[in-house]
Design a protein around this ligand. Structure first.
Ligand code: ZN
Ligand code: ZN
Length: 364
């Protein structure tokens, strides 16, 4: 029986070979950690909404820059080897990952805003974007910078910790606007990020959450804790929010869908002095017309929110204390060998799939 920390020379990974094609290989070299890096055995990795376009090759040349490539960035696992200069982490530590590693020295990185690193994409500066620009977590092992990992508190499982990225994306957006204690929040788009935003807004003191969506995802939101659900196929969401809030509008609105028209709706459903946060990733062709004077005269603040800087420890602690439940957002689990089924389940929302998790080293 090999020790759980024995490091094989080669391991299994889901390898993208060209746009739209991938295969499960068992001959992918396991890279040993360099300075300030650790080698992790990946225990759980969740499929992200951004993964399907990487698999299709919609952004080939950028994400990924070249083939073969290993995607995946929402992972948790355990450290099996540490590189030179690593003092805070040890073999056996359970850690959760982040996709972004800033260069560390640009003006934005120095301010802690490393997901908008000024050296984005220039790996020679030390910038890395795991699963997008450099190889990621859809495999049994991967090396990571210690900047991109956070220790997992004991009560949190690997599967839950794989939700650290999604929950962190939501929390970063909520931190940008703040949440009004006792206030009302609107969430547009009850996907995994929207559902995490819904729960985190409650944890941060919001009194009422209105979720706007349709179909099975809206029913999920209802089951998972939304106070009021608005089906946009049946009712104009701006009118509905105005009606629910007695004409006032919500304190904060979080756009989590990236769909056309929803930015404008978010602006029109917040109260005077309200805040709009854009978390959904729209495609380049989504261009919105906004009411210029309305935004000015009502002092509506608009925030773009990218990824999850400096929040991993916060969401992991909220998971550990039960203030953020993510267990019921994980609807499906698959071994790495069944990656095609996993992707199909996620993309086509089969069996009301919300979050689909891959277990590259088998059941935990
Ligand atoms: Zn993600
Ligand atoms: Zn930087």
């Amino acid at each position: 029986m090999p020790n759980r920390y024995d490091i094989p020379k080669y391991a299994k990974a889901c390898v993208l070979t060209e746009p739209g094609r991938f295969e499960i290989r068992d001959d992918v070299e396991v890279r040993l950690p360099g300075k300030h890096e650790v080698l992790c055995k990946i225990r759980a990795v969740a499929i992200c909404g951004s993964d399907p376009e990487i698999f299709r090759g919609d952004l080939a040349g950028t994400w990924p820059p070249a083939y073969p490539f290993v995607a995946g960035h929402e992972w948790a696992g355990e450290i099996v080897a540490v590189g030179e200069g690593v003092t805070e982490f040890h073999v056996g530590d359970r850690v959760a990952g982040e996709a972004h590693k800033g260069c560390g020295y640009c003006d934005n990185c120095k301010k802690g805003r490393y997901t908008i690193c000024l050296n984005y994409g220039k790996t020679e500066t030390g910038h890395e974007h795991y699963g997008f620009i450099v190889n990621g977590a859809y495999g049994q092992y991967q090396t990571y910078s210690i900047r991109s990992i956070t220790k997992i508190p004991d009560p949190v499982s690997f599967e839950e910790a794989a939700m650290c990225d999604t929950a962190g994306v939501a929390l970063h957006g909520l931190e940008l606007s703040g949440i009004t204690p006792g206030g009302t929040v609107a969430i547009i788009g009850p996907g995994p990020i929207g559902l995490c935003a819904m729960r985190l807004a409650k944890a941060m003191g919001a009194a009422r959450i209105i979720v706007i969506g349709r179909g099975s995802r809206l029913s999920s939101a209802q089951k998972l804790g939304a106070d009021i659900c608005v089906d946009f196929t049946k009712e104009d969401p701006v009118e509905a929010v105005r009606r629910i809030t007695g004409g006032l509008g919500v304190d904060e609105a979080f756009e989590c869908s990236g769909a056309k028209g929803t930015f404008n709706q978010a602006v029109r459903m917040v109260r005077k002095g309200g805040k709009v946060v854009l978390l959904g990733v729209a495609t380049d062709d989504v261009v919105e017309e906004l009411p210029f004077k309305y935004v000015t005269h009502n002092e509506i603040a608009i925030f773009g929110s990218r990824a999850n800087p400096n929040v991993s420890w916060k969401v992991l602690n909220l998971m550990a204390t039960g203030q953020l439940n993510v267990k019921d957002l994980i609807t499906h689990k698959f071994p790495l060998e069944n990656f095609a089924d996993a992707l199909d389940t996620f993309v086509n929302r089969k069996e009301n799939a919300v979050k689909v998790v891959i277990l590259p080293n088998g059941e935990i």
